[in-house]
Design a protein. Structure first.
Length: 108
């Protein structure tokens, strides 16, 4: 008796970029708090003490406006979306071997 067997799809490799929050500490010489902030935003200041990981940034993410099928599949899998956005994800692309770039999705 022939039984039809359903094979699972083979695993593929993906590269995912995720937005994270980090704290960087700078030392700046200035005349006032406002002057210090102004100088920081102009690129002045010396970073010190490395950076500290704070957490995942869920206020930014990958838009699924142009890919409603992916949004539907993610919801089916229980992935929490913010409207039509995958929180914290900047981009995802399939990777095969070195130098191969099959493509993917990227946030704007």
């Amino acid at each position: 008796m022939d039984r039809e067997t359903k094979e699972e799809p083979a695993f593929r490799r993906f590269e995912i970029e995720q937005y994270e929050l980090h704290i960087a500490t700078y030392e700046i010489e200035a005349r006032s708090v406002a002057d210090a902030l102004g100088r920081l935003f102009q690129g002045d200041g010396t970073p010190f003490d490395g950076s500290e990981y704070i957490g995942i940034c869920e206020e930014m993410g990958l838009s699924l406006t142009d890919d409603p099928a992916l949004a539907k599949e993610l919801r089916r899998l229980g992935v929490k979306l913010k409207g039509t956005m995958v929180p914290s994800i900047r981009s995802i692309r399939e990777v095969e071997g070195e130098g191969d770039e099959p493509g993917g999705c990227e946030s704007e």
